[in-house]
Design a protein around this ligand. Structure first.
Ligand code: COI
Length: 381
């Protein structure tokens, strides 16, 4: 097999915890000074380095941090044929002291292991995910922006690198961590997101459980519907369950919440829905604040009737990239249903602020969710 990673003489090593020493090959010149952070489109710029770890001969090994760049892969590699690939998404935040923080990376680690299990990919060693992120950030820490609402979005990915055409689980994989500096995912708009209810396509095969995995293929399935939504002037779709097209499941690439008669309701994790880390954190915050929360099925008719009658005061979407985004309009069966303008004192804004205050280390963190991975320069580790 070709070595798919850029190889070169190692310059140094960094500590990779359970992964062992990580060989480091640094870029000759950083691209950081050329990056214009103002209005950076999501995911359009990549940091200098990437971390790679290979699964070969039945074990994960050979951790390396190398310049971000092309991989050399044969066209016979199974990923291209059978989509045995997954990803994770989380952000590294710069706090006011200059330290780099992660938010609940243990949940991303657990979800990745579960996605691996679902896709017949061997899991990383316990603690390997967190160790890989820490090693990667020790090299690309300067790429974590020191700007309001900005972060370094981290994309851990796992995919087959075995050239083989038989339909069976691959025996060779690559795990890569790459970083991309980002600002707000959606341009701030007081009107909120506009979504159209998708009644014919489905995000996942109902009952397959696949919706709970962060499988790349789930995002492939969303592409046609989101293109159609944009063509009709909407930001994204509302996914309904694939069996009956009756129950609300997700808002585009995010989890969905509605405030129905004063109770905050979100669909339950039934295998069709991604167990979002922002979703889980919102539920924990709301319960901590003593607010009424329900994880239950929401019929699309209940959502639309509630918006029309005023019983639903807010609908919002939540995810790592977008944090908490108010929804201003939902189109269903040819009619637009508008929500009241997202109030500044509203729940969505309150949650966004509470979450980002913890993520950026600006407030008390009663749950211990935010951890420093790279201390402010000069500080003690
Ligand atoms: C995230 O919020 O991290 C996601 O995975 C959504 C995305 C594909 C931008």
């Amino acid at each position: 097999m070709n070595d798919p990673t850029t190889s070169g003489a190692p310059e140094a090593e960094v500590d990779g915890g359970v992964l062992g020493p990580v060989r480091v090959e640094r870029v000759a010149e950083s691209r950081l000074p050329s990056v214009d952070f103002a209005g950076l489109p999501f995911g359009s710029v990549f940091a200098d380095h990437m971390l790679t770890l290979t699964f070969d001969d039945g074990a994960w090994g050979d951790p390396a941090i190398v310049p971000y760049g092309p991989l050399s892969l044969e066209p016979g590699v199974m990923t291209f044929h059978y989509s045995q690939s997954l990803f994770e998404g989380l952000k590294a935040y710069r706090d006011r002291d200059g330290a780099v923080r992660l938010f609940r990376p243990d949940l991303n680690a657990r979800r990745m292991q579960e996605s691996c299990d679902f896709l017949a990919i061997p899991p990383l060693p316990d603690g390997g995910f967190e160790a890989a992120l820490a090693a990667y950030l020790s090299v690309d820490a300067d790429w974590v922006p020191d700007l309001p609402d900005h972060a370094l979005y981290l994309r851990p990915i796992v995919f087959s690198v075995e050239p083989h055409l038989d339909v069976r689980p691959s025996e060779r994989f690559l795990f890569v961590v790459l970083g991309s500096p980002v600002g707000s995912y959606f341009a701030p708009d007081s009107k909120g997101l506009s979504l159209i209810v998708e009644e014919s396509l489905a995000r996942v095969a109902p009952g397959s459980g696949m919706g709970a995995a962060k499988a790349s293929a789930n995002y492939t399935l969303s592409l046609r519907a989101s293109r159609q939504a944009r063509e009709q002037g909407y930001d994204q779709v509302i996914w309904l369950d694939g069996a009956e097209h009756r129950y609300v499941e997700e808002a585009g690439l995010m989890n969905l919440f509605a405030v129905i008669d004063g109770v905050i309701v979100t669909p339950p994790l039934n295998g069709n829905i991604l167990p979002g880390i922002t979703r889980d954190s919102i539920l924990a915050l709301l319960r901590h604040w003593g607010m009424g929360v329900e994880e239950r099925l929401i019929e699309i008719d209940e959502l639309i009737d509630g918006i029309d009658s005023g019983g639903i005061s807010e609908v919002f979407a939540a995810g790592t990239a977008a944090v908490v985004s108010p929804i201003g309009r939902i189109a269903y069966r040819g009619r637009d249903h508008d929500l009241p303008a997202a109030p500044e004192q509203g729940l969505a804004e309150g949650l966004r602020k509470a979450l980002t205050d913890i993520q950026y280390g600006r407030s008390n963190d009663p749950f211990g969710w935010s951890t420093i991975v790279v201390p402010a320069s000069g500080a003690q580790a």
